[in-house]
Every structure is written in structure tokens, then in C-alpha cells.
Design a protein around this ligand. Structure first.
Ligand SMILES: Cc1ncc(COP(=O)(O)O)c(C=O)c1O
Length: 423
């Protein structure tokens, strides 16, 4: 991986593993930034439409009563969705990709590959919704879940039960603390124990990290985030190389009716065209924000994979081509963190990440509130943690906004102390 440049910019277009385009633009090999724009199947319109058609239909007329056509029912397959799935598979270097109604629908489908009595090993710093799925839905289906610090390869090996553990569920970087785990080493260990490996790659997307290249079996992305890019669409993606696994996922997508709707697939395809440009700007902004925050006296425990001093940096640069655009930090005071979030003007207090607008939130009260307080405490997820998702705004405006917010928050907390003391 090329590390972030001095300016904080990440390499353009992540030309890690070019794929060939399945269209007339082939046979040259293209970088991912090009594959995002020239989406192959989406552009194969007989009338040459620059914007691909949306097959907004539930059913397809069949050639005969006993003969089937290419498509029959949109739950089972739709040309608009399938075109974006083909494009996504190319981005991941996958055999096949599947698009779902949300990232959680994609993750739930992965757990449906397992059977009653199977065991899952999962990280202990995961998105709150994933934690909820694993803690409250999977056990009801007879699945046992062990959460472990996935930065510690030995701890993961100790948690794996050969023959019984069927899934290792990872995030790297994790949400919200941006911890890094060694995907290749963990994949080898899981495979030795007979388990599949699923990596939630939502924070980086295949543009900056390709889990399948690192040995994972399933690459998962919440396409709600960077791929959609405008906070106006819910979608999730799974990508796999193994044909048998692909067949099982195709079966589940159809059987459970979780495939992405045609119009949403079209919106996602449109979002993908600008993803490289957006992520490059967002990552560059995040790197500048991280450098600025590192110099603030109020900031503690700053986590950003692009910081050379951050834990896991060397593992990250070996397995990813960019640092992404999410960072988190603590202030030592829930009150100060709250005041800071509320004093920002450009950074909107919003869950999720990856959209063009910069966002700020306190995970313990928002995105990760579904994890019980005692579990959060045991996992070392502090209440005063702030997570920022950098948008594409002008960096000087973002820095100025944070500066005025820090000043206002510090003053508000200082002013409130005497009042509290009087009570
Ligand atoms: C890391 C991560 N994975 C999965 C999800 C779930 O994705 P969705 O909200 O698209 O269901 C999220 C949502 O915030 C997330 O942050």
C-alpha cells in the first residue's frame, strides 16, 4: 500500500487489482476508478442511453407456458440489479456479488448460511447493528456467538472451535474505534478451523481494501455509505469467489426476498460513478482533520488508520490502499463531547457515514446505543467517544467549524460548572 501522502491525500483510484471490463471498452485492464465510471453491463443499452434503463417491473412475460425467459420475477433477478451486481463483483475481484435492501440484510443473510448449533467468532468492536444481530437474533436461531478482540490473532485462534465454528465475522477498520486486524492471518486461522470469514468492509469499500484478495470468503459492504454517497439510499453488498457459496447466497437472496429493488439499484449504480472522486476528497479531508485534532489539547485517544502512530498502522498499510475518511477520539468528558457535537455547524449530528456531508456523532448514544451499557463498558467503548465522517466540503471551512465548536464547547462546559456547584 502507498501510505497517505504528506498532504494526507490517499492514492487516487486504488489501482490495486485492475479487472477487465466486460464491454467494448475491454480488452485493456482498468483501474477501479475507471471500472466505477464505465460500469460495463449497465451501459449495454441497445439504444445507447447514457443513463441505463431502470427495469421497474415485478414480472417478466415468459416466451411460453412451459419455457422460461432470462428473467421471470424481480425478487429472483432483475436486469438493473444484476448489472450493478456484475459491476460490484468486478470491483471486488469476485466471482459473483449480491445486492441487498440494506447492509444489515446482507449481514443477516451471511448468518443464514449457518445452522442451529453452529458457533460464530466475531470482533468486540463492531457496528452496533451487527452487535445486536449477533447478540439478539443469532442466539434465537441456535447460533452461539463469542466476541473477541480481533486485533489479537492468538485470542481469535483460542476462541475458534475447530469443526464447530462456522463463521469468523470481522471489521477492519472497526466501527467506531477504527481498530485494525490482520485479515490474511485471521483468514488462515479460521480456514484451519473450518470456518468461513466475512469481512465488513464498509469503512473502506473495495476501492481501498479488497478482503477477498486477503483470503476472506465474503466481502460485505454497507452500500448505504460511500457507494451511495449521498445519504439517500439503503443498500448492502456481498461478494464471493467460491461458486458454491455464490449459489447458496443466490438461493437465500431469492428465498428471503432481500434483493435490492430496481430503482435503488439504479441509484446505487449512479453513486458508484463518483465514488472514487468522493472518497479521495473525503480521505484527504479526514487526514487533515486528524492532523489538526492531534494538536488539540482537549483531544485524547485519536484513532485514524492514516496516522503513523496509530495502533495497527503497519498492518493497515500492508492490506489496504487508503486510510478512509472516518476518525474517532475522546475528550475525557461526556459533557464536553456533547457540547462539541452540538456546537458544530457544518458537521451534522447524524448516524451513518460516507455521505458527501461531514457528520459527527457520539456512538454510545447513537449508532452503538443498542449495545447494553455494561457490554460497551466491558469492551472499552467510552461514552465520551466522538466519531467523525469527513465529507467533501472545503477543508478550511471544516477546520474553522471545528475550531469555533471547540472554543464554544470548552466555554459552555466551563460556564456550566459554577451553576452545577450551586445546586
Ligand atoms: C460498519 C457497518 N456495517 C454495517 C452497517 C449496516 O448497514 P445498513 O445501515 O446499510 O444496514 C453499518 C451501518 O451503519 C455499519 O456502520
Amino acid at each position: 500500500m502507498s501510505p497517505p501522502s504528506a498532504s494526507g491525500a490517499v492514492p487516487n483510484g486504488a489501482p490495486a487489482s485492475p479487472e477487465s471490463l466486460p464491454t467494448s471498452v475491454a480488452p485493456r485492464k482498468y483501474a477501479l476508478a475507471t471500472l466505477l465510471v464505465h460500469s460495463g453491463a449497465l451501459e449495454e443499452d441497445p439504444l445507447g442511453a447514457s443513463s441505463p434503463p431502470i427495469y421497474q417491473t415485478a414480472t417478466f412475460r415468459q416466451p411460453g407456458a412451459t419455457t422460461g425467459g432470462a428473467y421471470d420475477y424481480t425478487r429472483s433477478g432483475n436486469p438493473t440489479r444484476n448489472a450493478v451486481e456484475t459491476q460490484w463483483a468486478a470491483l471486488e475481484g469476485a466471482e459473483r456479488a449480491f445486492l441487498f435492501t440494506s447492509g444489515m440484510a446482507a449481514l443477516a443473510t451471511v448468518t443464514h448460511l449457518l445452522s442451529h448449533g453452529d458457533h460464530i467468532v466475531a470482533g468486540d468492536d463492531l457496528y452496533g447493528g451487527t452487535s445486536r444481530l449477533l447478540a439478539r437474533v443469532c442466539p434465537a436461531a441456535g447460533l452461539e456467538v463469542t466476541n473477541v478482540d480481533t486485533c489479537d490473532v492468538e485470542a481469535v485462534i483460542a476462541a475458534l472451535r475447530p469443526g464447530r465454528t462456522k463463521l469468523l465475522m470481522l471489521e477492519s477498520p472497526t466501527n467506531p474505534r477504527l481498530q485494525i486486524c490482520d485479515i490474511a492471518a485471521l483468514s488462515r486461522a479460521a480456514h484451519d478451523a473450518g470456518a468461513l470469514v466475512c469481512v465488513d468492509n464498509s469503512i473502506l469499500t473495495p476501492l481501498y481494501q479488497r478482503p477477498l484478495d486477503l483470503g476472506a470468503d465474503i466481502s460485505m459492504t454497507s452500500a448505504t455509505k460511500y457507494p451511495a454517497g449521498h445519504s439517500d439510499l439503503m443498500a448492502g453488498a456481498l461478494a464471493v469467489r467460491d461458486a458454491g457459496l455464490a449459489a447458496r447466497l443466490a438461493f437465500l437472496q431469492n428465498a428471503e426476498g432481500t434483493g435490492l429493488a430496481p430503482h435503488d439499484a439504479w441509484l446505487l449504480g449512479r453513486g458508484l460513478k463518483t465514488m472514487a472522486l468522493r472518497m479521495e476528497r473525503q480521505a484527504s479531508n479526514a487526514a487533515r482533520l486528524a492532523a489538526w485534532l492531534a494538536a488539540r489539547p482537549e483531544v485524547r485517544g485519536l484513532a485514524y488508520p492514516g496516522l503513523r502512530a496509530s495502533a495497527g498502522h503497519s498492518v493497515h498499510v500492508a492490506q489496504a490502499t487508503g486510510a478512509g475518511a472516518i476518525l474517532s477520539f475522546t475528550t475525557g468528558s461526556v459533557e464536553l463531547s456533547r457540547a462539541l457535537c452540538e456546537a458544530t455547524r457544518l458537521f451534522k449530528i447524524t448516524v451513518s457515514f460516507g455521505g458527501v456531508a461531514s457528520l459527527i456523532l457520539m456512538p454510545c448514544f447513537m449508532s452503538h446505543a443498542s449495545i447494553p451499557a455494561e457490554v460497551r463498558a466491558a469492551r472499552g467503548l467510552p461514552d465520551d467517544l466522538i466519531r467523525i465522517s469527513a465529507g467533501i466540503e472545503d477543508i478550511d471551512d471544516l477546520l474553522a467549524d471545528l475550531e469555533q465548536a471547540f472554543d464554544a464547547a470548552t466555554k459552555a462546559v466551563a460556564d456550566s460548572k459554577p451553576a452545577l456547584a450551586l445546586k
